[in-house]
Design a protein around this ligand. Structure first.
Ligand code: NOJ
Length: 450
């Protein structure tokens, strides 16, 4: 059973500088996919193809946040959440990815930022949350090394335009997911497959993160600069050497691939020999440019995975034991509910002395919420959030660095290849009417943070 606010540790148990927030991303909420001069992104194109997204769902309208941001920022305020993380749609401000700027797009993000500031909510901007302009994909997207300079141009525009109002910048969201699902597995936009796409995308994304962060530092030396990584707590299926080795390989891919080069430690080639193929894309001088001294690192954890050795799986030699098969509680994403995972990931990332501040920039859960008499009693989400926050507190009390916690997410929204069926929001959306209803979890957060 979920705890009453009285039984839950108060937010005072965290230090007064601890950052509480909520995260969203442009393509998942904005809609207005071709409004006011916006150019298409890879997600607009991917979702228009048959069979790519469950039920043929797309983000053309989504939560209509583009038109309803005032109402939604008022909800953030009502939930007493002091920090709001959102992303900028690259092709809304640069319809072709580079070159001509779209004044309406520029004005839109000014209005959104101003709305946050007027309500006393601190904006945190993610520069890239997966929606590459389609014009750039036509030229190879993340497989083309030119993407580094394209991303620099976009970064420069964002920082010179909004840098006086916005202090907190997140360069990129979960690079292993958009390169892995988008360029290796073909499950996300742009739907490419194979090592010959994945390897260059990895190296160019890493280079682009560091290059973009340097530009922010150059233009706004006082800015708070971070970037975010997905991570999963991994355990071996059996207590066998070969399963433990499989865990090490998967750990190199899912948890170490991007953070380590960015911290100056190089790619984890030893544990994942297939990464030797990166050599082809690493040019002279790259290694010196691959790292950046970030002010903070964001980690995003949702679950744990159980790994077993499997020589049938190419490159990685490992497979996951699906949570559904393990008879454990699962979410609508079929992810195991395992709150200790977040504690374990905080510990794992604390092992890097180079990380100055560590924030949880996403955590949350999707469940099939049902509206009854105008209320949404989302007891499972409420318990999930409380149990995860308790694990964050546990890590903090044991002396591990952890400086913030952002819930994923404000409203139910477009969950990429899964479409609209997984509901992650603190606020329910009726997608027929766009009506918003605060769920019990949202009311609890509002009380907890009051
Ligand atoms: C990670 C991603 O950043 C976000 O876009 C996604 O919706 C959530 N996790 C849940 O899967």
């Amino acid at each position: 059973m979920p705890l009453n606010p009285e039984e839950f540790p108060s937010k005072e148990a965290f230090d007064p500088h601890f950052k509480w927030g909520v995260s969203v991303a442009a393509y998942q909420i904005e809609g207005a996919h071709d409004a006011d001069g916006k150019g298409p992104s890879i997600w607009d194109v991917f979702t228009s193809k048959r069979g790519k997204v469950l039920n043929g769902d797309h983000g053309n309208i989504a939560c209509d946040f583009y038109h309803r941001y005032t109402e939604d920022i008022a909800l953030v305020k009502k939930l007493n959440i002091p920090n709001f993380r959102f992303s900028i749609s690259w092709s809304r401000i640069l319809p072709k990815g580079t070159g001509e700027v779209n004044p309406a797009g520029i004005a839109y993000y000014h209005q959104l930022i101003d709305e946050c500031l007027a309500k006393g909510i601190t904006p945190w901007i993610t520069l890239y949350h997966w929606d590459l302009p389609q014009e750039l994909e036509k030229q190879g997207g993340w497989t083309n090394r030119k993407v580094i300079t394209w991303f620099e141009e976009f970064t420069r525009l964002c920082i010179t335009t909004y840098g006086d109002k916005v202090h907190n910048w997140i360069v990129m969201n979960e690079p292993v997911v958009f390169t892995g699902a988008g360029y290796f597995l073909g499950l996300h936009a742009p739907g490419r497959r194979g090592m010959s796409n994945f390897l260059p995308a990895i190296h160019h994304a890493t280079m682009a993160i560091a290059a973009s962060a340097r530009i922010i530092r150059q233009i706004k030396p006082e800015a708070n600069i971070g970037t975010t990584f997905s991570c999963s707590y991994l355990e071996p299926y059996r207590n066998l050497e070969r399963d433990r080795k499989a865990v090490a390989r998967v750990n190199a891919l899912l948890n170490r691939l991007y953070i380590e080069p960015l911290l100056g430690l190089g790619y984890p080639v030893k544990e994942l020999p297939v990464l030797k193929g990166l050599q082809k894309y690493i040019l002279a001088g790259d290694l010196e440019q691959l790292s950046f001294n970030f002010d903070f690192i964001g980690i995003q954890n949702y679950t744990r995975e159980i790994i077993k050795n499997s020589w049938l799986t190419p490159y990685i030699g490992a497979s996951l034991i699906k949570a559904e098969k393990r008879k454990v509680p699962i979410t609508s994403m079929k992810w195991e509910v395992y709150p200790e995972a977040i504690y374990q990931m905080i510990k794992q990332f604390n092992a890097y002395p180079q990380i100055k501040k560590l924030l949880i920039t996403e955590n949350g859960a999707a469940f099939p919420d049902v509206k009854k008499d105008g209320h949404i009693h989302d007891t499972e989400r409420l318990k999930y959030l409380q149990d995860n926050i308790k694990q964050v507190l546990r890590a903090k009390e044991e002396g591990y660095k952890v400086d913030g916690y952002f819930v994923w997410t404000l409203t139910d929204n477009f969950e990429w290849a899964e479409g609209y069926h997984p509901r992650f929001g603190l606020v329910h959306i009726d997608f027929e009417t766009q009506e918003r209803t605060i769920k019990d979890s949202g009311w609890w957060i509002s009380k907890f943070l009051s």
